[in-house]
Design a protein around this ligand. Structure first.
Ligand SMILES: *[C@@H]1O[C@H](CO)[C@@H](O)[C@H](O)[C@H]1NC(C)=O
Ligand SMILES: *[C@@H]1O[C@H](CO)[C@@H](O)[C@H](O)[C@H]1NC(C)=O
Ligand SMILES: *[C@@H]1O[C@H](CO)[C@@H](O)[C@H](O)[C@H]1NC(C)=O
Ligand SMILES: *[C@@H]1O[C@H](CO)[C@@H](O)[C@H](O)[C@H]1NC(C)=O
Ligand SMILES: *[C@@H]1O[C@H](CO)[C@@H](O)[C@H](O)[C@H]1NC(C)=O
Ligand SMILES: *[C@@H]1O[C@H](CO)[C@@H](O)[C@H](O)[C@H]1NC(C)=O
Ligand SMILES: *[C@@H]1O[C@H](CO)[C@@H](O)[C@H](O)[C@H]1NC(C)=O
Ligand SMILES: *[C@@H]1O[C@H](CO)[C@@H](O)[C@H](O)[C@H]1NC(C)=O
Ligand SMILES: *[C@@H]1O[C@H](CO)[C@@H](O)[C@H](O)[C@H]1NC(C)=O
Length: 886
């Protein structure tokens, strides 16, 4: 009895030009061209509009010619979906309103293939119906009464086989909230009939709610009708044109029977029976009957009110037995007239147990989709549900069906995003991973990212972001946030900030953590020549450990040049700043390095020199002397020192990204420093060294260049550290002959080792070794190698032209080959056995800059082409190591 015929065009309809507003109606003629939208249906006055504002996908089709003349206009065009697993209409509704939702599908051989399609129909995250058009030449209408759970309703078609889903019309009608109330679930229409042997479908405008009433009759019925006016203003508002018809049993002594098979057989059923007495009863006549649904529902002694609608319904769901549902209207013993019925509706309950994704997440992700004009085919319908057709590029948490899923990961890598980082992202409050890498995002890195409490991974690699990274975000990094910022050439983490731009950071909540250390560094960028205080070797050797290297008088002079910034600290203060040496960052031959903070904000690394080491005192003195007068962006800066009795401590700026060796080892998070980053670090280190060699008066030799002495700040800017072995040498005719050769094996210039003749060229040798490590990421000495020594091994490989083997395999050939050859050439010239043949540091720095430029342009081109798979420029940061103790 399930009536699923679509409204035919032929029929005796009166076009009622009426003023009823179709309030809250949505009537979509799917596939209707925009320029024909809207139009009024000539038979019922319903205003149909094109569906194009409610869906972005699908193609427009038209039923074949034969069907054109048979069906009403709204069924002639359709939208079909050859692409994507799920396609969804998104409609604005009112949360809590009970809606009658009707979706019609008429295949009409629109594609000429004559293959009846089948697919699934979903309401939001829940499956609503299986649609199989086989044997349905007149189409299908799926009707449901459903209470909106939010202000947005997704009606989706999901491909289940090879055929493309399609939709002809979508109609949504608000109902009164006191009708069709269920204990739970929504109501799928089994049938809605009125009893007439000569009628047609009745819907709007007769029915103010546009329920479609199908005519039904049976030979066991007798029809009665009236032309009198019927009061239908009861709750269910059944149309008068429906109510003026009724059926009674042909044999007046028999009951009136209505039987049907619900699907599935054990479905929960709700019934709505509409009655009105439409016969004029004489004084001695009565009509009284019992309404019985076997085993479920008894309503005895019912007499329909005269010319007035009365609806009997099941307030609770009923279940029919295996023979189906069997409704009997049985006349009571003293009734003179047989039972009567005017109209009847049967529904089965569909439970939609799965609640939708958290509305704020849905609103936000849709806002992001709109903001970036994303046209991802899977981004339709509920973002997280159903799980197997959820949106690509995001992940959700699922607890149970009654808990709204939440979005926890969003990956818009390589999605062609432009503009700024959308502020609405902050409303994804449970987001743990956000990958916006390899897009064209511009503007600053917004501070709200720091306030996203759940965020543990933020990847902004490969964009055009600029400005400085908010301090609050960098602070989050220390709490474990994985922050990836590489490949943003104008972003401050990798180059010096425009000093004119004031740094704004420190939201109160995180204010307790460090502020930036800019203080002393900027004050004196120029090397001050203090000939007297330049330590000589003998000086250092002769100083007993107990004797302060820097006396009070000198301190005063030094401090005055630092604009009253305090640089000398008492031991008590050192204890306080390290919270009584609570957190060690590393340990070495000359002492342990602790984490600390000055003024409760500026983070520092405190190297406490071991009291037993006389070498320690020498290094302390050398370092204080050098660092207090030498300032360069690529040299680690000294915040202060402590020299109190036997307590010697050096207080440095804190370098959150540890040293180059750690970064090359991939330990901090298993990420690989890209070739671009490596070159950047090499250039930084070269500039620091160049400054020591040529910018300072007198020039300095570092004497201990190695990967563990190249530290990385939060922006991965490299800074040279550990000047304990540094010595001055004259840039003129004088050279310095040291009594003791110092340095680290492997990095030590063989010529210096042999001759004890110290020049800046020894640093260049060590720097060459560092460069080879950057290139190869291999140990300097390795027994198992064809050539045990890295220098020999590289030159052996170079002679074979084997670039791929030389290069760190972790880079997966993601580099500009020219820049690599050039870098190898630079490195090999630096490690030339004869110091005379080594280039000077200015030359090295310039050549490395050329390499970086070549690699930069490759990376940028790659990004522009949006070419191949991911470029690995990931760098990562977990550790906080700084001036590493040796
Ligand atoms: C129905 O809606 C009216 C107002 O529109 C409201 O006052 C009433 O509480 C609602 N009833 C139910 C059962 O939701
Ligand atoms: C129609 O019936 C309702 C109750 O269902 C009643 O309140 C109303 O007065 C009736 N109207 C007329 C015109 O009898
Ligand atoms: C009407 O039904 C009664 C009881 O079932 C039966 O006895 C009678 O013969 C029926 N009349 C006709 C005309 O079928
Ligand atoms: C009811 O009364 C009418 C006369 O008014 C009579 O013709 C009819 O037979 C009576 N019907 C019954 C069932 O008594
Ligand atoms: C309905 O009435 C019949 C007797 O007429 C009784 O056997 C049955 O239990 C009743 N069912 C319900 C659900 O009240
Ligand atoms: C029979 O009908 C009369 C009046 O129509 C009513 O008062 C009485 O209760 C009914 N008897 C039964 C058993 O239903
Ligand atoms: C998704 O999973 C459900 C079962 O959980 C299955 O019935 C359905 O076919 C799947 N849909 C797709 C598109 O894979
Ligand atoms: C994001 O997707 C890209 C591929 O499109 C993948 O390489 C990357 O690892 C993903 N990021 C995360 C955080 O899963
Ligand atoms: C984000 O949340 C705030 C506060 O709840 C709200 O005012 C704003 O409209 C939301 N933005 C989006 C895009 O959802």
């Amino acid at each position: 009895m399930k009536s699923h015929l679509l409204l035919p065009m032929i029929g005796i309809f009166v076009f009622i030009v009426n003023a009823q507003k179709q309030e809250g109606f949505i009537s979509l003629d799917c596939g209707l061209p925009i320029d024909e939208s809207p139009y009024d249906d000539p038979y019922n006055g319903l205003t149909f509009t094109s569906d194009s504002n409610y869906i972005q996908t699908g193609k427009i089709g038209k039923v074949e010619k034969d069907a054109m003349t048979t069906f009403a206009r709204q069924y002639l065009t359709l939208r079909y979906f050859p692409e994507g697993k799920r396609n969804c209409y998104n409609l604005n509704v009112k949360r809590g309103t009970n809606y009658l939702i009707s979706v019609s599908i008429l295949y009409g051989n629109y594609d000429g293939l004559n293959i009846d399609p089948n697919f699934d129909l979903y309401l939001g995250p829940n499956k609503w119906a299986r649609v199989d058009m086989e044997g349905r030449p007149n189409g299908i209408s799926e009707d449901i009464i459903h209470k909106a759970r939010s202000n947005s309703l997704d009606i989706c078609v999901v491909k289940t086989g090879t055929t493309s889903p399609l939709v002809s019309t979508i109609e949504i009608r608000p109902l009164r909230n006191d009708t069709y109330v269920t204990q739970s679930g929504s109501l799928a229409l089994s049938f809605r009939a009125y009893y007439t042997n000569s009628g047609d479908q009745i819907r709007y405008a007769d029915d103010v709610h546009d329920r479609v009433w199908y005519p039904f009759f049976d030979t066991s019925f007798k029809q009665i009708t009236t032309s009198l006016n019927i009061n239908n203003s009861g709750t269910y508002e059944v149309p008068k044109t429906v109510l003026k018809n009724a059926a009674t049993p042909r044999n007046a002594s028999e009951p009136l029977l209505i039987a049907w098979l619900p699907k599935p057989a054990n479905a929960q059923v709700y019934l709505y029976m509409h009655f009105a007495e439409i016969e004029a009863l004489k004084a001695n006549e009565t009509r009284e009957f019992n309404v019985i649904l076997k085993g479920n529902f008894n309503h005895s002694g019912f007499s329909p009110p005269k010319l007035e609608l009365h609806t009997l319904y099941t307030g609770v769901p009923v279940q029919c037995d295996s023979e189906g549902c069997n409704l009997q209207l049985v006349k009571t013993s003293n009734s003179t007239l047989p039972p009567l019925i005017n109209a009847f509706e049967a529904y089965t309950v569909i439970e939609f147990p799965q609640v939708e994704t958290s509305q704020s997440d849905v609103i936000t992700i849709k806002d992001i989709k709109a903001n970036y004009e994303l046209s991802k085919i899977s981004w339709q319908g509920d973002p997280c549900l159903p799980q197997n057709i959820s949106w690509d590029n995001l992940r959700c948490t699922y607890v149970d069906v009654s808990t709204p899923p939440r979005i926890i990961s969003l990956n818009l890598s390589q999605s062609g995003l432009t503009g700024s980082i959308a502020i609405s992202l902050q409303n994804l409050t449970l987001l743990q991973e956000l990958d916006l890498s390899n897009n064209s995002l511009s503007g600053p890195v917004p501070i709200f990212l720091a306030k996203m409490k759940s965020l543990s991974l933020l990847n902004l690699i490969g964009n055009n972001l600029n400005g400085s990274v908010p301090q609050a975000l960098l602070d989050r990094e220390k709490e474990g946030l994985v922050l990836k910022l590489e490949g943003n050439p104008d972003l401050c983490r990798f180059s010096s900030c425009n000093p004119k731009k004031p740094k704004k950071f420190l939201i109160p909540a995180i204010a307790s953590v460090a502020s930036l250390l800019i203080v002393g560094v900027v004050v004196a960028l120029i090397c001050v020549f203090k000939k007297k205080k330049v330590p000589s070797a003998s000086d250092a050797h002769d100083s007993p450990p107990s004797k302060p290297a820097v006396d009070d008088g000198d301190n005063n002079k030094l401090e005055s040049s630092f604009l009253s910034k305090k640089i000398r600290f008492s031991y008590l203060e050192v204890q306080e700043m390290t919270n009584n040496f609570e957190r060690a960052l590393g340990e070495g031959g000359f002492g342990v390095v602790y984490h600390g903070s000055v003024n409760g904000s500026q983070q520092v690394a405190v190297k406490l020199l071991s009291q037993s080491s006389s070498q320690g005192y020498k290094h302390f003195k050398a370092e204080v002397d050098l660092l207090l007068r030498v300032h360069h962006i690529n040299l680690v800066s000294l915040v202060g020192y402590c020299n109190e009795g036997r307590h010697l401590a050096l207080i440095y700026e804190y370098m959150p990204n540890g040293d180059l060796k750690q970064q090359l080892s991939g330990k901090p998070g298993g990420f690989v420093l890209s070739w671009e980053s490596r070159l950047k670090i090499a250039v930084d280190a070269a500039l620091g060294l160049e400054y020591l060699h040529t910018g300072c008066k007198p020039p300095m030799v570092h004497r201990d260049i190695k990967t563990t002495n190249i530290l990385l700040d939060r922006n991965f800017q490299a800074k040279l550290a550990d000047f304990g072995l540094s010595r001055s040498f004259s840039d003129g005719n004088e050279t310095y002959v040291s009594t003791v050769v110092a340095g680290t094996p492997g990095y030590l210039d063989p010529e210096y080792y042999k001759t004890n003749w110290l020049t800046e060229k020894s640093d260049i040798y060590s720097f060459g070794i560092v460069l080879l490590e950057i290139i190869t990421n291999r140990p300097i000495i390795q027994q198992s190698r064809e050539k045990l020594n890295l220098v020999e091994w590289v030159s052996f490989m170079v002679s074979k032209g084997d670039l791929r083997n030389i290069m760190d395999p972790n880079l997966h050939q993601n580099y500009d080959k020219g820049s690599v050859w050039k870098a190898i050439e630079i490195a090999m010239s630096c490690v030339s056995p004869s110091s005379a043949r080594r280039p000077n540091m200015s030359r090295v720095a310039n050549d490395l800059k050329d390499c970086l430029a070549a690699e930069n342009s490759r990376v940028r081109e790659g990004r522009e082409r949006e070419s191949k798979s991911s470029m690995e420029f990931s760098v990562d940061i977990y550790t906080d190591m700084i001036p590493k103790a040796r």
